[in-house]
Ligand binder design. Sequence first.
Ligand SMILES: Cc1ncc(COP(=O)(O)O)c(C=O)c1O
Length: 427
Amino acid sequence: MAKQSTIRLITRLADQYQAINLAQGFTDETANFEMVWGAVTASLGGTEEGISRLEEITLEDISQSMAGGTADFLKMSLKDVLKTLQNPKDVFNQYSYPFGLPELRGAIADYTERFAGFRPDPETEITVVVGATEGLFTALKTICDPGDEIIVIQPFHEMYLLQSVTLDLKPVYITLKENPEAGTWNLDRDELEKAINGNTKAFVLNTPHNPTGKVFTRDEMEFIAGLCKKHGVLVITDEIYEHILLTDKRHCSMATIDGMREHTIVVNSISKMGNATGWRVGWVLSPPEYTPTIRGIHDTIVLQAATPLQKGAERLLRLDDGFYADIRKGYIEKLRLLTEALRKAGFIVTSPEATYYLFADYSNVPVISSLPPMEAAMYLIEKMGVASVPGDNFYAVGDFGDRYLRFAFCRSLETLEAGAERLQKIG
Ligand SMILES: Cc1ncc(COP(=O)(O)O)c(C=O)c1O
């Protein structure tokens, strides 16, 4: 039986109680303009020629063509002006190749070469999907049959568990252990070695990792890769936070580990890098033998990602290195602000190496310390006006999550300041 998301439930509760939503990982800041413009010109321009026209046209041109250059033009609504620019011919508001526009797959290949150092073939290794969520589901459905074992690291993003339930898979969980003194989350190699065997079909790896903010080291990845190669296990990596790096630690894709390219499926999306979680555009990089099945499943369940939004995504992926280098900068001050606020309120916080989450231990916060996570989260929503995600939502086995709440610091500084102020009143 499929289950609904707790994270999205908390968002609805946050709305109901008018709490500041630091639960679900989306921002209240603008989406990247170049990307938005790409989608707007595709939708309005309709064809490549129409897009070129919109790129070049000036307000003077429009005023001349519409009102003979008279002052009436300035009184017109923007909507009426734009309506005159809509191309009567159209390609980009229609169905396109289910597995993605050729120009977007080309941009994904260039982007991957630029940041990961290998170039997937747009014809045989890239499928554009409806966000990493669909990408992971489609990859799991491609590789696994009902009843198959997969390795999942906990804590995890809830979709790993929810998709396993929907696909009737058997996740075997490996638990990351927090070392608050060292400020690290550690992989237990013995536990992993015991969990993986001939029955394992896939290893689901999320790095940089939500909710701990861990960036798996090359050494850890090589260890995982060694075990996967030994047992013929495919790795599915979710790398959507690859640009949100908060320390000097660098992200490394499993597909770049020696001999792993042909054993790795990479899932990624524009959601976090473009401030565009609602666009639902992502991609799957797969060894060629899996691509036809991935494309078949994708086509069957969703047909395709929205065509004009794919045109916007292409623009985003073609932005220069400076844009990508700057993504992390925006989060440093936000991290400091929310960490300080939570620590002042009594939470124990291990600083994340990446992503925009704080997985905070509330066992020293007097008013909530004795409550189970959902009740602690409800207390914060109802009494403090701040929404977070209960820690047990990130675990399937054991009581490891019972002292955590996850807070997202991807909102604007203004929103975070308001949340921080509310948190100070706790107790
Ligand atoms: C680790 C992880 N993977 C995937 C997703 C969802 O990504 P998308 O919006 O591309 O479906 C999230 C969203 O928060 C996430 O944290």
